[in-house]
Design a protein around this ligand. Structure first.
Ligand SMILES: [Fe+2]
Length: 395
């Protein structure tokens, strides 16, 4: 078979329990003036912030902090940048969940610019970012979005004219990603569950994407192997188990690398449209729609005949993998596709993933959502009625 693909660079990855400490050795390589982008309060409550402040003072680093609550908006990014544009900044460090990592990424990208981030958002502005940025180190405290390894920052404005769009350039991949599973131990249960489902969704959607390539496939299978047994147990009884937290953090990291190279499908198409219209966590949209969307994709792939064979095989391989199979030679495609859907439905129940209705979404919103939903790199074309059915079953 003739191979033809791109694979973008990845951050310098520092992975392991306790390795946040290496941040303090890295900072002097970039300079002495640092902006920390952090979340609302959880980092400070965990006392990690005190350790960071102590280390910064000990090393005579000049640092400022920007607190981010909720998903980054254009106004948040613009205001943050305005306050620092005339200062010499050598490095931006984002420590937090996906929203914080994205906010830090956008701030590092917009510090060298003179106008609003809105102008550079895909589908919103008319400009393309040139990749010139202040160096950026991403330190995730949740295991979900994989943003520590991606080249885009998702910026959200919620409302009738709202959007959830990306600032994107290959050079926006963080310079370093420090993944310390100890930082994730204090992550609340519901966030652990929805972020875990987001990470799995990203792995599955990248694996079945028409843009998948041998490298993303190999990484994805490896990522799924790591998180398949950790996903439910980290939520139920092993939230403090560093080995299980490490497995989830690894799966999340890999999901970011593969999504940056293979793209995503309909679940993230919905996450984009629904996230622009309603205040709902990204992981909840993904988690709640994953099983239904997968069921629909399989149904439509089955109707394609030979054209759908590869997509079905890939779904079946994931089903077999989740079911404990190590070899896929004699795989029963129909059976393992069904097993995949069944396991995803079970995970959705076991992890208590909310229905969309909990966030104020009703059947009257479905048309508006579908109007704004793009299929992205879905493995099969879905019709309006298919999207309607997926949503209707999770309202
Ligand atoms: Fe996601």
């Amino acid at each position: 078979m003739f191979l033809d693909f791109n694979f973008a660079s990845i951050p310098h990855i520092i992975f392991g329990a306790g390795r946040l400490n290496e941040l303090y050795e890295l900072i002097p390589k970039f300079g002495n003036n640092v902006i920390y982008v952090i979340g609302g309060s959880s980092l400070k409550k965990s006392r990690k912030w005190d350790e960071i402040v102590y280390a910064m003072k000990k090393k005579n680093v000049n640092f400022s902090e920007i607190s981010v609550t909720g998903e980054p908006t254009p106004t948040l990014v613009d205001d943050a940048v305005k306050n620092f544009r005339n200062q010499k900044i050598d490095l931006v460090v984002g420590i937090g969940g996906g929203s914080v990592i994205d906010a830090g990424k956008a701030i590092s990208a917009m510090l060298p610019k003179i106008d609003s981030v809105r102008n550079y958002l895909e589908g919103v502005g008319s400009k393309t970012h040139d990749g010139v940025k202040i160096p950026y180190i991403a330190v995730p405290t949740t295991s979900g979005t994989g943003s520590e390894a991606t080249k885009n920052a998702v910026i959200t404005e919620v409302g009738n004219e709202g959007f959830k769009k990306s600032l994107r350039h290959d050079n926006l991949i963080p310079n370093y990603a420090i993944i310390d599973p100890q930082l994730v131990v204090s992550c609340p249960k519901s966030v652990t569950a929805s972020c875990g489902m987001d990470a799995f969704t990203q792995l599955l959607e990248a694996y079945v994407s028409p843009k998948a390539n041998p490298i993303t496939d190999a990484l994805t299978i490896n990522g799924i192997k790591r998180i398949k047994d950790a996903l439910v147990s980290v939520y139920r009884e092993k939230s403090s188990d560093i080995a299980v937290r490490s497995a989830m953090a690894y799966g999340s990291l890999i999901s970011g690398i593969v999504l940056a190279n293979a793209g995503l499908g309909i679940v993230h198409g919905f996450a984009s449209s629904i996230g622009g219209l309603f205040n709902i966590p990204h992981g909840v949209v993904c988690g709640t729609l994953l099983a239904e969307s997968t069921k629909m994709n399989i149904k439509r792939l089955e109707q394609l005949g030979t054209k759908g064979e590869n997509g079905l095989l890939k779904h079946a391989i994931v089903g077999a993998l989740l079911n404990g199979k190590e070899s896929f030679e004699d795989i029963n495609i129909s059976l393992h596709c069904s097993i995949l859907v069944e396991i995803l439905e079970n995970w959705t129940k076991q992890l208590n993933i909310d229905l969309l209705g909990k966030y104020g979404i009703t059947t009257t919103d479905i048309d508006n959502i579908i109007e704004r939903t793009r299929l992205k790199n879905n493995p099969v074309h879905l019709m309006r009625e298919d999207l309607n059915e997926i949503l209707l079953n999770r309202i």
